[in-house]
Design a protein around this ligand. Structure first.
Ligand code: SF4
Length: 406
């Protein structure tokens, strides 16, 4: 087991009053170059820089799901001009192949044009890292490239998130965890005497060893509502950057009409002293940055509200299964209603934290396997929507009404 965290930062900032830079305009490339021009990149000369965008899903940038390739292109150019060697790496969500995601986002194309290597960070074996300050986690399996590079740059999309309120520079580093171990953060039991969800505590634990050296938030097209993958794209045409990832996230939250104090993982990180989220202590350029605030629709508290007539029982699922359910209901709602019209209740279950599940439930994903006799069970981690369709067209739910199993 390794005690390493990231390499020491070469960047200098005012730790108690960090700088954050915002640029707006029609060109994502120009906005990125503008914010980076205000940061002294000369310190990366001769160093190895790893860019970590959000390319965790098969999606194009205009969806608001993945990082705009022009933001990545501008970052590659800026660091190359500063004399660094640059690579782009990702470890996507379960079921997505890294190189396919890079192609879909357009990041592969801009990287090829610049002879910039793309790294499938799941390809090699992980490095086991001890989290000495960990509360929910005591260790992590980290993709090796993250610890081997001198500088790691987090380049997320500005998005709301069903479980974590937002997903920005700090949360984007979860994509540095090796393969399926990302899912482990969604599977943690509640922590005694702590009110915060274990997922949020685990993200803060991850940040104790994996805080990026520099953060560039792509607000070209963000996502509001049912983020991180099923919300509405929201065009903002801005980019935010800085050295303190907490401060960068806090300014992004403000631009989204949110208060970073209300984002549990950011609040916990700030309480532990990992960075500054108090907007009054952050030096934001330009001074008129408030003009760019454009409130995002928050994620709904409960998925069922979004789909009247269907109760979604979600206990400790991860976003992979949520995305599957949302995709299913968005694309094939008719077939799902047809299936449930044969029974009294329309109930779908995802996640591993259920104490009981009503009979007749559509149980989605391996986490619900123990309830497979309650209705129709679709295995997979996660299963895809078409797999679920096949299962429900082949299966008639049992007629037995309603009692629960423990
Ligand atoms: S079955 Fe679904 S909720 Fe469970 S670990 Fe897999 S993706 Fe996550």
């Amino acid at each position: 087991m390794n005690k390493r965290s990231l390499q020491p930062t070469p960047f200098i900032d005012d730790m108690s009053h960090p700088y954050v830079h915002v640029a707006t305009g029609e060109s994502a490339y120009d906005n990125t170059r503008q914010v980076l021009s205000q940061i002294n990149l000369a310190v990366v000369k001769g160093k190895r820089v790893l860019l970590k965008p959000n390319a965790g899903r098969i999606a194009t940038a205009d969806s608001g799901i993945t990082t705009n390739p022009q933001v990545v292109a501008a970052a590659i150019d800026a660091f190359l001009e500063a004399g660094a060697s640059v690579a782009v790496g990702e470890s996507p969500i379960t079921g997505v192949k890294t190189m396919e995601a890079f192609e879909a986002t357009g990041i592969a194309s801009v990287a090829r044009d610049r002879n910039c290597p793309l790294i499938d960070m799941d390809a090699r074996q992980p490095i086991h890292v001890i989290i000495e300050d960990g509360v929910a986690l005591q260790s992590l399996k980290v993709c090796p490239e993250v610890l081997e590079h001198d500088v790691v740059v987090s380049i997320p999309v500005m998005k709301t998130h069903m479980h974590t309120v937002v997903t920005l520079a700090v949360k984007n580093m979860k994509g540095c965890l090796w393969r399926r171990t990302k899912v482990d953060l969604h599977m943690l039991a509640p922590i005694k005497d702590l009110n915060d969800k274990p997922l949020n505590i685990a993200i803060a634990d991850t940040a104790s060893v994996l805080r990026p050296h520099l953060s560039i938030i792509d607000g070209t097209t963000g996502m509001e509502g049912l983020g991180p993958s099923a919300g509405q794209a929201k065009k903002l045409d801005l980019v935010v950057a800085g050295i303190d990832p907490l401060a960068v996230d806090a300014v992004a939250c403000s631009l989204m009409g949110l208060n970073a104090e209300d984002v549990p993982h950011l609040r916990i990180c700030a309480e532990r002293g990992y960075g500054v989220i108090d907007i009054s202590k952050i030096q934001v350029n330009p001074a008129r940055w408030h003009d760019f605030i454009s409130p995002f629709d928050p994620p709904p508290d409960n998925l069922s509200i979004q789909f009247p007539g269907i109760t979604i029982l979600d206990e400790m699922s991860c976003s992979a299964c949520q995305s599957t359910v949302l995709m299913l209901l968005k694309r094939y709602r008719g077939q799902v209603f047809d299936f449930f019209s044969r029974q009294e209740n329309a109930t779908i279950a995802i996640g591993k934290g259920h104490q009981s599940i009503p009979r007749g439930t559509l149980c989605i994903g391996n986490c619900t396997a123990q309830y497979k006799k309650q209705g129709v069970f679709v295995p997979g981690c996660p299963p895809v929507a078409t797999q679920i369709l096949e299962m429900i067209s082949e299966n008639e739910p049992e007629e037995t009404p309603g009692d629960l199993i423990e």
